[in-house]
Design a protein around this ligand. Structure first.
Ligand code: CMC
Length: 378
């Protein structure tokens, strides 16, 4: 059989999907055919999750039911909290999230993935419970009690409440909701693909999401948002940006929050997030990281000229979360809280025509080597 090996499977379609689409030349991202700019302006995160999962905007009654279903499943069992209390507090929150999500699968009937009703409630539980787990871990590791969700609060307000025991200004909740919309889905990225490989074995959705969380953690994927904030802090001031960028490029190192396999122009999510920074700073003053970020973007544009390397979704999101007082190592778990809807949308789609992922390889080793006994090996 002829093989065209593409490292990283670049450009190789792994699925047919109607969940989302990226036009990397024009910088357009659509969820179920609707542009993300439109969704940020007119939708909410929860409505967007419904759109992604079920392929259509819900009517009013369906939306209300979806929101109520999520509210009623936000709580996590006390034994999940107990489990997290046993984890080392210096551990990364993505590891705590992955462990807790894998453990959720031991409580809920998710194994029969051919049962739509089961799958609906699995999706509800996962979208509803991830924020509770993320917020609980953020508190437990400091020795504080986890705060249970409050039913009358919307998705973003409730997350801030569980994290800080305070309700944020309305404009913060709106901005955070938009951030979640922008992180909810992005075609066949590494974490979605990972989840689909796991799902193709007909594993339960908690295992699927736990494997996606593992893939999202790495710095080339969702982990980049943490690294961006660290990079901006290391640069220290806007006037150091050009020197830093030139040095990185000279050393052939990557600028975190830049570049994308698909976008050959600026990621549309980065543009929206930049506008959200401006809106946020009107309410609470600017962030010193922002002026450094702008200087890095300009220097990168000039230094990497011709390479089609522009800011991606991870470049400006961390600046927003940092200004809202959120710990840097929670940025990727927040990404996961949003992306779980995209992962599950692909999972539901794949289940309709599932085929086990079992790619090929090009064997590059030797054949017919003799077995050498241990006392004769050099
Ligand atoms: N900084 C400097 N140069 C870069 C960067 C960057 N961030 N990204 C790509 N390039 C250059 C790279 O050096 C290479 O140049 P050359 O052809 O001269 O060797 C060229 O552009 C192609 O790069 P690549 O690494 O082969 O491209 P890729 O499609 O394999 O990588 C990427 C995509 C996202 C892994 C890469 O751009 C990267 O490592 N970026 C930094 C990490 C990051 O921000 N990740 C978040 C990705 S978007 C959100 C998400 O998925 O979570």
């Amino acid at each position: 059989m002829p093989h065209d090996f593409m490292p990283g499977l670049a450009g190789i379609p792994a699925a047919k999907s109607a969940v989302s689409d990226v036009d990397g030349e024009r910088g357009v991202l659509e969820y179920r055919g609707i542009r993300v700019e439109e969704l940020c302006k007119r939708s909410s995160f929860l409505e967007t999750t419904y759109l992604l999962l079920f392929g259509r905007l819900p009517d009013e009654a369906t939306l209300n039911k979806w929101q109520q279903d999520i509210i009623h499943h936000r709580r996590v069992k006390y034994s999940i909290i107990d489990l997290m209390k046993c984890l080392p507090e210096q551990g990364h929150p993505m590891d705590a999230l992955q462990a807790a999500v894998a453990a959720l699968g031991m409580y809920y009937p998710g194994r029969n993935v051919q049962d739509f009703d089961n799958n609906y409630w699995s999706a509800v539980r996962l979208v509803a419970k991830l924020p509770t787990i993320v917020a609980a871990w953020a508190r437990l590791r400091r020795g504080d009690d986890a705060i249970p969700p409050r039913d009358e609060l919307g998705f973003s307000d409730n997350f801030f409440y569980m994290l800080t025991e305070t309700i944020p200004p309305p404009v913060w909740a709106d901005i955070f909701d938009d951030c979640l919309i922008l992180h909810a889905e992005h075609t066949m990225n590494a974490s979605t693909f990972t989840g689909l490989v796991t799902a193709s074995t007909l594993a339960d959705p908690y295992t699927v999401v736990a494997s996606s969380i593992g893939a999202l953690k790495g710095p080339l994927h969702g982990g980049a948002n943490e690294e961006v904030v660290q990079m901006l802090k290391d640069i220290g001031s806007a006037d150091q940006a050009r020197h830093y960028v030139e040095e990185q490029v000279r050393k052939k190192k990557k600028l975190m929050g830049f570049g994308h396999r698909v976008y050959k122009v600026k990621d549309p999510r980065a543009t929206i997030l930049q506008n959200l920074c401006d809106t946020l700073f009107k309410t609470c003053g600017t962030s010193p990281l922002y002026s450094i970020a702008l200087a890095v973007e300009q220097a990168a544009g000039e230094t990497l000229h011709g390479k089609a390397v522009y800011p991606n979704v991870d470049f400006y999101s961390g600046i927003i979360y940092d200004k809202m007082g959120i710990d840097t190592d929670l940025f990727t778990p927040i990404f996961a809280m949003a992306r779980v809807s995209g992962w599950l949308a692909h999972w539901l789609e794949q289940l309709r025509e599932n085929k086990l992922f079992r790619p090929d390889q090009i064997y590059a080793g030797e054949h017919n080597r003799p077995y050498v006994p241990v006392d004769q090996r050099r």
